[in-house]
Design a protein around this ligand. Structure first.
Ligand code: BES
Ligand code: MN
Ligand code: MN
Length: 465
């Protein structure tokens, strides 16, 4: 057994217990009722980084939630890895769909996780994955295995747009100087099919409000004679896709990067079963843009989705009413080269334009960010691939993800370094959903793989110099 494997075997119960303690704090950044919990979580991260062997750990105050910064600089002439993660989590609702309370972690076996998985909000996204890095550091520092310098930057606002982190990164470029950025906040194909995420989609998130009459009206007395904002809003939303499920906003596809047939053929080699996919979601058919496969639709193509829609009467029984207002939250996932501020502007002007007379429309942009792709010939990617090959016994497959971590493109712009996305979650881990979980296998495999990345990266980087 390797050194790391031994150490993990010996300490795995404590590693799991410590993660469970972290998962008990409801660090929901979107809900101000939990602000003290978010702050308490940053303190726990600070303590865990100190215990793992950082020489310096700071709570950096920001206009929003604090950023935990930690470092261990062993020799300024050696390369530096900057680890990013987030300690905030998504709101857990709807609560009644959880089999156990979201902030009372339990370990249960599942078909995909026969060794057991920890069920809790944030288990996979991202507390479990960020904690792999803390434990990997503990292993390296306590066994004299840290081959290079390391910096940690853990934020508490990822799930709400990373505004404070953007401010922090722009302000502290000097402090954050690094040779590679390492993030575990994505997924892999399956426990026996390792993959490394090479792309993230960009995002534009907007809220729309349609206003008709100045008050709610009796739907018998006024129905049919005035614009019903809910009817209008749903009609406007429906018109945003054509019959081939292309998005109809003029200019939306102008900058979309079109992959060559060769690149698409390469992508299609990744193992994927449409039957299993449908079965896992209990659907009889997939649905999406004409001319693209499921894996293309959720990675290399841009999309537009309603995330929430409300208005009128939704309580028990029936109320005959025409609401004065209707609302929706809409996200657009973007691909490299599409600029999120440009897309937001295109959406706004189009949505205002298609509103019929009789209603007014307000479009409020929320947050967004650019997409990201990372080359597979960089030292960082090659070091990661070697590390996975050692621990999984198989070469990892490069794969673009449909999700977004908007701050990654800002890292490249401000810190001039590439990000390596070593995600260990599975799509079935239900991030952002009820019953989120993270496999014990994945957690421990991450802790085992990360130190190998450090040593291969250092080795290759020094050889290059
Ligand atoms: N960790 C996720 C993103 C992710 C998950 C990327 C799985 C790839 C695979 C992150 O916490 C997240 O949820 N991002 C948001 C965007 C953010 C601005 C709220 C998203 O993708 O919806
Ligand atoms: Mn995340
Ligand atoms: Mn998330």
């Amino acid at each position: 057994m390797t050194n790391a494997k031994n150490y993990i075997e010996k300490h795995k119960n404590r590693f799991i217990d410590e993660l469970i303690e972290l998962l008990k704090i409801p660090s929901i950044s979107a809900d101000s009722a939990f602000s003290q919990d978010v702050i308490n979580t940053s303190d726990l991260i600070k303590t865990s980084l100190e215990n793992a062997g950082c020489d310096l750990v700071e709570i950096c105050e920001t206009p929003g939630y604090p950023i935990v910064y930690g470092e261990k600089i062993i020799d300024p002439n050696l390369p530096t890895v900057l680890v990013y993660g987030h300690y905030d989590v998504q709101p857990p609702d709807p609560l009644d769909l959880w089999d156990s309370p979201p902030f009372e972690p339990v370990i249960k076996k599942t078909t995909t996780h026969p060794e057991g998985a920890i069920f809790a909000r944030g288990a996979c996204d991202d507390k479990g994955q960020l904690f792999m890095h803390v434990k990997a550091l503990e292993y390296m520092t306590s066994n004299n295995q840290l081959p290079c310098n390391v910096k940690f930057m853990i934020e508490g606002e990822e799930e709400v747009g990373s505004e404070s982190l953007a401010w922090f990164v722009t302000k502290h470029q000097e402090k954050l100087v690094n040779d590679v950025i390492l993030i575990s906040d994505t997924g892999m194909i399956a426990n026996d099919i390792p993959s490394i995420t090479t792309g993230l989609r960009g995002l534009s998130y907007v809220e729309v409000e349609v206003t008709g009459p100045n008050r709610d009206l009796h739907s018998g007395l006024y129905g049919g004679a005035v614009a019903n904002p809910i009817n209008i809003l749903t009609k406007m939303i429906a018109s945003l896709h054509d019959e081939d499920n292309h998005i109809t906003i003029p200019g939306f596809y102008n900058k979309v990067e079109n992959l060559s047939l060769e690149e698409r053929a390469e992508m299609a080699k990744a193992p994927f079963s449409l039957e299993d996919y449908k079965k896992a979601l209990d659907i009889d058919a997939v649905y999406g843009e004409q001319g693209y496969t499921t894996n293309e639709r959720n990675s290399i193509r841009p999309t537009l989705d309603v995330n929430g829609i409300w208005g009128g009467y939704t309580g028990e029984g029936a109320k005959t009413v025409i609401a004065s207002k209707a609302f929706a939250k809409i996200s657009m996932r973007l691909v490299p080269n599409q600029d999120w501020t440009e897309i937001t502007a295109l959406f706004k002007s189009h949505f205002e334009k298609i509103a019929p007379k009789g209603v007014t429309v307000k479009v409020t942009p929320h947050h967004g960010g650019q997409g990201y792709v990372t080359p597979i010939d960089s030292i960082g990617y090659r070091a990661a691939a070697k590390a996975y090959t050692d621990t999984f016994g198989k070469n990892p497959i490069p794969q673009r993800s449909g999700g977004s971590i908007p701050i990654v493109s800002l890292f490249e712009k401000e810190l001039k370094s590439k990000t390596i996305l070593m995600g260990f979650g599975l799509d079935s881990d239900a991030i952002h959903s009820p019953n989120e979980h993270f496999g014990i296998f994945n957690y421990l495999k991450g802790i085992e793989t990360i130190p190998l990345f450090y040593s291969y990266f250092t080795e290759m980087k020094l050889a290059e110099l």
